[in-house]
Design a protein. Structure first.
Length: 400
């Protein structure tokens, strides 16, 4: 018996629209500037979270000259559901606002989940659909509650004009964990960790290097984007527990033809002993972190956070075809189609290099992507796996 992810999260519709046309200002002695505002409203139904509604928006400030991909972007998100999910986030990224070539990004978030998935530790954790009866004694058997408040920042700077950048960042993260959502029955999380509700502080610093030769940041056609990140949460910074996380991510893009791109990504992550269990579901990135293994940001088609361990491998391959370009309402648009194969696994301890390509969990599927202007891309991906008949994801941008 397979799990049907449509029941957990199925967006019913989404529509891309222009909140305002590009606003341009220029002067004879200076570069031309413009402001572009776009957004994505979404309505969905989720069997755990109920009816959902929200808005994703993106504001971009452009300037002519050597200011690619933009001077800055501001991306607010508001999303609610009738059963307790609430996301209030604000992401700011400024590649060309600070002097000296510094790039700054700030991520402010208040994210609440009455019920977020947890299936147990290890690459062979067992999922029994019969334990997931909403009318049974354990309606949230594979869930726990999480309320995360965070303030994250990063600074990046090129080294001697090269494509190699150094990164320094940090974060203040408060996470309230409820092992048994709504205090109904028992959960796998309560068995593994305990049934006491508590708040964890995971304050950290991190550093790393980023090698970026992409021809563009949004929907690149060629180039390499590789990073190595070292994160340290420590009691001296106000964290409740000390642990270290190392993340390696390598993304490569190849132009097969003028309209076809093959994109490939490896992510390897190892987390030391001492990390709270909910932190093992987190995947660090140089910009926005992800969750895994399983779900829209790692292995599409697998249920979200299906497998958890201190070591993690994510392996993605995707073929992207830019099918058509057109003009509408004074804007340039394009439609792209994609096919993907996502794979991955976890380890209870650290990454085992002799087991990298064994016992992999897979998801496969395709997507439709509507691009507007220089950077805005609305995506719909649909994936399947051995544990899910269908999973549908609607969001902004490509997976990588």
């Amino acid at each position: 018996m397979t799990r049907t992810s449509v029941g957990r999260s199925v967006p019913l519709f989404a529509l891309v629209w222009a909140l305002a046309p590009p606003i341009a200002a220029s002067a004879q002695s200076g570069p031309t500037e413009s402001l572009e505002v776009s957004g994505l409203p979404a309505v969905n139904f989720d069997s755990d979270e109920g009816f959902g509604y929200g808005v994703l928006a993106e504001l971009y400030r452009y300037r002519s000259g050597d200011f690619a991909p933009y001077v800055w972007t501001l991306q607010p998100k508001i999303f609610f559901t009738t059963r307790g999910r609430r996301d209030l986030t604000l992401f700011f990224d400024a590649p060309h606002l600070l002097p000296g070539g510094w790039r700054m990004d700030v991520d402010l978030g208040d994210e609440r989940r009455i019920a977020t998935p947890y299936y147990g530790l290890g690459n062979a954790s067992v999922y029994d659909p019969g334990r997931e009866d909403p009318d049974g004694p354990d309606p949230h058997y594979y869930d726990f509650g999480r309320h995360r408040r965070s303030l994250l920042f990063n600074l990046q700077r090129p080294i001697a004009g090269l494509r190699l950048k150094v990164l320094f960042g940090g974060g203040l993260v408060s996470t309230r964990i409820t092992p048994v959502p709504e205090q109904l029955g028992s959960t796998v999380y309560a068995v593994d960790v305990g049934a006491t509700e508590r708040t964890y502080w995971t304050n950290y610093l991190r550093g790393g290097v980023v090698w970026d030769t992409r021809d563009r940041e949004s929907a690149p056609r060629r180039g390499v984007w590789t990073e190595i990140l070292l994160q340290r949460a420590d009691r001296s910074l106000g964290a409740d527990r000390g642990f270290t996380r190392v993340t390696f991510a390598d993304r490569r893009y190849y132009s097969v033809t003028d309209r076809v791109v093959f994109a490939h990504r490896y992510v390897l992550q190892g987390t030391s002993a001492g990390a709270p269990l909910h932190e093992l579901q987190r995947v660090e990135m140089s910009l926005k972190p992800a969750e895994g293994l399983g779900g829209s940001r790692t292995v599409r088609g697998l249920p979200k956070n299906r497998f958890v361990g201190r070591g993690m491998l994510v392996w993605n391959s995707e073929l992207r075809w830019r099918a058509t370009d057109f003009e509408a309402a004074g804007r340039s648009f394009h439609i792209a189609l994609s096919a993907f194969l996502d794979q991955g696994r976890v380890w209870m301890g650290g990454v085992r290099f002799d087991e990298l390509f064994s016992d992999l969990h897979r998801g496969y599927g395709g997507g439709v992507h509507l691009g507007m202007g220089e950077n805005f891309v609305a995506s719909v991906d649909a994936g399947r796996s051995s544990e899910s008949d269908l999973s549908v994801y609607i969001g902004l941008g490509y997976l990588y």
